[in-house]
Design a protein around this ligand. Structure first.
Ligand code: ZN
Length: 250
């Protein structure tokens, strides 16, 4: 890249995490050390679909036909979003990039907007995710969710509110969860490797064994240690302990 003045660029934090890793929670909590907006391509597409504009209509047609929204359209959405002034101090990207092509386009557009990329990969042991999600039960009558471990019903298998027999949702069956985790790996591993090859810092951060706030401190501490965010904004730093209960990740 020649003479490197990118150290003065604001951070573009690219957030990865499997289903059940707590990624959505962290995307919001990271405001603690990053002042820029949380950019979720999924949310952006839903907004366009809701507003029934040209992009929304195109996306809706594809999704209804069971097709993926093409890279080009998603790239355009992100490119347009990065032009906003509120991105000057940095951004958190969530759900993007999902393909190698998107990653490639992103790496070319970030310097144009004086942003420099870093990947945060929230890592949680899959057996823990399966144990937590497969321990959920739902009332088919009122919809209340229970967790066998952290929030069990008063009488096993029975809804506290209306006495209905609790069921396991299809999405919470172990085989379904394992399949989703496998799909995540198949999609994500090549993109992480692509970033590593492109010399983008990739931080693997444990998303387990602590409260969401402590995990946020881990992430912010790591980013501060790498000079990506001001260290002043992270009270507690990277050394958050693992002492807290493991039940609070979401
Ligand atoms: Zn109920």
């Amino acid at each position: 890249m020649g003479a490197d003045n990118t150290h003065s660029f604001a951070p573009a934090i690219i957030l990865f995490g499997s289903p059940g890793s707590g990624k959505g929670t962290q995307a919001k909590l990271l405001r603690h050390c990053l002042s820029g907006p949380h950019i979720s391509t999924g949310d952006m597409l839903r907004t366009h679909i809701g507003e029934r504009d040209e992009i929304g209509a195109q996306a809706e047609r594809l999704i209804k036909a069971g097709k993926l929204v093409p890279d080009e359209l998603v790239n355009q959405l992100v490119e347009r979003r990065l032009k906003s002034r509120d991105c000057d101090s940095g951004v958190i990207l969530d759900g993007y990039p999902r393909t190698r092509n998107q990653a490639d386009v992103l790496l070319r557009m970030l310097p144009v907007h004086q942003l420099r990329p870093a990947v945060v990969h929230l890592v949680v042991d899959y057996d823990r995710i399966v144990a937590r999600l497969s321990g959920r039960r739902q009332c088919p009558v009122c919809g209340t969710l229970y967790s066998l471990k952290t929030n069990p019903p008063k009488v096993a298998g029975i809804c506290d509110l209306d006495g209905a027999k609790l069921v396991t949702r299809e999405d919470d069956r172990e085989s379904v969860i394992r399949e989703r985790l496998h799909e995540y790996d198949v999609q994500t591993v090549p993109i992480l490797n692509y970033f590593r090859e492109a010399k983008v810092p990739v931080f693997e951060i444990s998303g387990a064994g602590a409260s969401p706030e402590q995990i946020m401190q881990r992430i912010c501490g790591t980013l501060a240690d790498s000079g990506l965010v001001d260290s002043g904004s992270t009270s507690g730093g990277a050394a958050a302990t693992d002492a807290a209960s493991e039940t609070s990740f979401s």
